[in-house]
Design a protein around this ligand. Sequence first.
Ligand SMILES: Nc1ncnc2c1ncn2[C@@H]1O[C@H](COP(=O)(O)OP(=O)(O)OP(=O)(O)O)[C@@H](O)[C@H]1O
Ligand SMILES: [Mg+2]
Length: 382
Amino acid sequence: MSIIAPGSTIGILGGGQLGRMTAMAARSMGYGVHVLDPDAQCAASAVADRVVAAKFDDADAAADLARHCDVVTLEIEQIGTSALEAAARHAPVRPGASVLGVVQDRERQKVWLATNGFPIGDYRHATTRDELRAAVETFGSTFMKACHGGYDGRSQVKLSSAADVDAAWESMGGRHSVAERALDLEAELSIMVARRPSGDVCVFPPALNHHERQILAWSVIPAGLPKRVVRQADEIGRGIAEAFALEGILAVEMFLLRDGTLLVNELAPRPHNSFHETEVVCATSQFEQLVRAVCDLPLGDARALRPGAIYNLFGDLWLAGTPHFELALAHRGVRLHLYGKRGARAGRKMGHLSATGESSEDALQRVRAAAAAIGADRSLVS
Ligand SMILES: Nc1ncnc2c1ncn2[C@@H]1O[C@H](COP(=O)(O)OP(=O)(O)OP(=O)(O)O)[C@@H](O)[C@H]1O
Ligand SMILES: [Mg+2]
């Protein structure tokens, strides 16, 4: 065992909200935190001892970060391979290049999942307009997603028929993509799994997720899914962590189809939006679990102690001035989490509300009522 003890310094590649919340958990446990981000005033800067302002493919800057750290982790998977290698010469990078190299490319990720026996939906690699057309002619309704760089529903487009192919191809700038069959979803869920270098694995209970326009709107734990689905999701999460010999945490987004089939949508080897509620639900948050995993400390208890939910707050909400958060905070069990981002823009994740409750339905109802009170949950605004 090679424990990186509290008092040591953790480097984080990426200083967005995920880096900020990880840094807060690390600081609570007595670690120092250094961050690399293109923006010197990134969300994590307020809680970091040092910010290296550099692009994610800057190998010299990654080496500079790692030289002053005992371990390096990340909150974003789009880190250049040479930057990862440069950092790894000075400190262990967890998770490492073997995981990131697979996850960074949607097509490579799908091939890896299928080769390792994990269930995924029908898809085709679309490197030309004709390949895209052939996929749409086979699948009908299709999601086209760029192999590199998409998040929050960006860099993807939905096609209904072959008539949409030209416009879709142009809108994506002809980038290498995957074309996925549009699936008939009963529900979306995610699993968060942690594995420490010495081999212990721990899985959080699945989260039930609701997306609007392909972006996560709310998430709740426990998911209230049939036991069979929970067991299968747990096995898939554990299996993926073991197949990668993961060092760190990894989220597995999953689709439950109407016929009961469970499929993997995509992987994220870092904290995930759908597990923010672990801060109020579980004995150990996803952020603390990440710190424990990369420092090779005993993993924390991931059981849900009580039901809880989150509701995302986007920049749109700020367009008419600062929201009246007091109206949300007046709701029992509701907490406010803001990421300290400068510059609210439509679609930008600025924070979230969380709520606990007597049941998952109760927690969700509370957080949605609080979101509606500040104009965030449009479906409840009359
Ligand atoms: N093949 C599909 N069939 C049905 N719905 C889909 C499919 N692919 C994507 N979606 C819908 O779009 C959402 C976003 O897709 P995906 O997770 O691939 O994109 P993303 O940009 O990586 O999103 P994020 O970074 O927020 O996870 C899914 O959670 C789901 O609601
Ligand atoms: Mg996704």
